[in-house]
Design a protein around this ligand. Structure first.
Ligand code: GLU
Length: 488
């Protein structure tokens, strides 16, 4: 039996079936945060017992994306640890040993029923509107008979003997005690006919051997929870504490599914969501911090996270909230950091990837970015003016002629501002002062043509910001182009 002062050890136990589902990132994160907030260890275990579902390269990509997200493991494949190996396909002899133990104690049995027979059983049950359940035909074979059939080369699986009646009480840390009826439970398969353990068996053996203190997993595992507990009982092991994390729902109340949008962390990363935002967003999917502070860095989360803040009601996956966090964290980045983060998008859009002008552009565009992938759209007009209709420079009821005249006047004025003074603050002060003094403060009549002439866009940053980013020469060139002036 374990001690009360047992070490805090949590694990993330993904099956390498492809990309990382955002819900699984949440599961990993919660495990990580519970471990770290209590000074414990976080372990990665690869559950690759289902060869059919395995995808090549998935372990590598899992590690890559978890590392990207900032989740670090103390033990695991490629990291090492005293309880290695951490990949289930390398532990088959261990599972064999433990299933032999249960067989010897009469707590498990060999089942020789063929898959055709089992399928027929299921079909008959479905027809009779009964739940699918193994009819326990092999449960009471004598050990001698069982061995004889093995020696005769018959194929078999190993099943656990589940009590035929009575209650199975389990405790979930978020839901309290849950009572299941033993007669509702199937004699679950522990080892398949090819000698490979089932997820349910390997998972329990490994959680025990790896000294896991708390299991965090999705609540889709609640229905098999009593069977896990019966296994712990069969071995006379103390079960870890179980925390079944609440379901993730989309805003409409449905399950998160690929059809409605992105479900993989890789998708979000590719769209230009940054890790700080994804982590902060995921941390709040079912966990409520003490106090109102919602913006939390991973370091803060590692301190503040607590099981008591977890709830069992479904968490809503609200993309607007993710956008909010992403925009927030992008605003905290320096121009240089933004350039590094946005580089792939800049390259793809054939934009420069370094230089002072790019830094200025990010300084101005930063507040408008929701995602890194917005960068090309938010920045490209600084590097190449957008071709626009001539009339774009016309403010409200003005004529094109007035707009051009006003633009020409403002050009005349700003052309006199010296290069050294060409800052956004100076430009703003000078131009606004001039409009106020000379043009009765008719800002729209002058600033609209200026801004649209500089950007070619209906919506854009202020003319002073644009003029500063693109510089005096380019500003004058753009204005002259609009005025169709070769020379000025
Ligand atoms: N391999 C299981 C999965 O990928 C792990 C479930 C658990 O954490 O127990 O869903």
């Amino acid at each position: 039996m374990k001690q009360d002062n047992q070490e805090i050890r949590l694990r993330f136990a993904p099956s390498p079936t492809g990309f990382l589902h955002i819900g699984n990132l949440r599961t990993a994160l919660f495990g990580y945060l519970i471990a770290k907030s209590q000074g414990g260890k976080f372990i990665l275990r690869i559950e690759d017992t289902d060869e059919k579902r395995e995808v090549e390269g998935a372990v590598k990509s899992l590690l890559e994306i978890l590392t990207w997200a900032g989740i670090e493991f103390d033990e695991g494949p490629g990291i090492g640890g005293e309880l290695a190996p951490y990949i289930q396909s390398q532990r088959f002899d261990i599972y064999q040993k433990y299933s032999d133990e249960l067989l010897a104690q009469g707590k498990a049995y060999r089942c020789f029923c063929s898959s055709e027979l089992l399928e027929k059983m299921r079909n008959d049950q479905a027809e009779a509107k009964l739940p699918p359940r193994y009819n326990r035909a092999c449960r009471d074979l004598s050990p001698e008979e069982s061995l004889k059939r093995v020696e005769a080369g018959e194929k078999f699986v190993i099943r656990q003997k589940i009590p035929l009646a009575g209650e199975v009480k389990v405790i979930d840390e978020l839901r309290g005690e849950i009572i299941f009826q033993a007669h509702d439970l199937d004699d679950q398969v522990l080892i398949k006919s090819n000698g490979v353990p089932t997820y349910q068996f390997a998972n329990v053996i490994d959680d025990h051997l790896m000294k896991i203190s708390h299991v965090t997993r999705g609540d889709e595992w609640l229905s098999s929870f009593p069977k896990n507990i019966l296994l712990y009982e069969a071995f006379n092991w103390q079960a870890p504490k179980f925390i079944h994390l609440p379901l993730l729902l989309n805003k409409g109340g449905g399950k998160l599914s690929k059809r409605q949008g992105d479900v993989f962390v890789e998708d979000y990363r590719a769209k230009g969501y940054i890790k700080e935002a994804i982590i902060n967003f995921c941390a709040l999917l079912g966990w409520h911090p003490q106090g109102d502070k919602e913006i939390l860095s991973i370091e803060e989360l590692k301190n503040d996270f607590s099981i008591s803040g977890l709830g069992s009601s479904p968490a809503i996956f609200d993309l607007e909230k993710l956008d909010f966090f992403n925009a927030y964290y992008l605003r905290q980045k320096s121009e240089k950091e933004l350039i590094d983060l946005a580089r792939p998008y800049l390259i793809e859009a054939n934009l420069p990837t370094e230089g002072e002008k790019l830094e200025r552009a990010f300084l101005i565009a930063r507040d408008r970015l929701k995602k890194l992938s917005d960068s090309p759209e938010a920045l490209s007009f600084f590097f190449e003016k957008i071709e626009a209709e001539e009339n774009l420079i016309v403010w409200k009821n003005n004529t094109l002629e007035t707009a051009k005249n006003n633009l020409a006047e403002i050009l005349d004025f700003i052309a006199k501002i010296e290069e050294n003074f060409w800052t956004k603050e100076n430009l703003e002060e000078e131009v606004l002062g001039w409009v106020k003094r000379e043009k009765e403060g008719r800002n729209g009549d002058y600033l609209w043509p200026l801004r649209t002439a500089l950007s070619g866009l209906k919506n854009s940053p202020s003319p002073f910001e644009i003029a500063w980013v693109i510089g005096k020469e380019e500003s004058i060139k753009r204005i002259k182009e609009v005025l169709n002036l070769q020379k000025f």
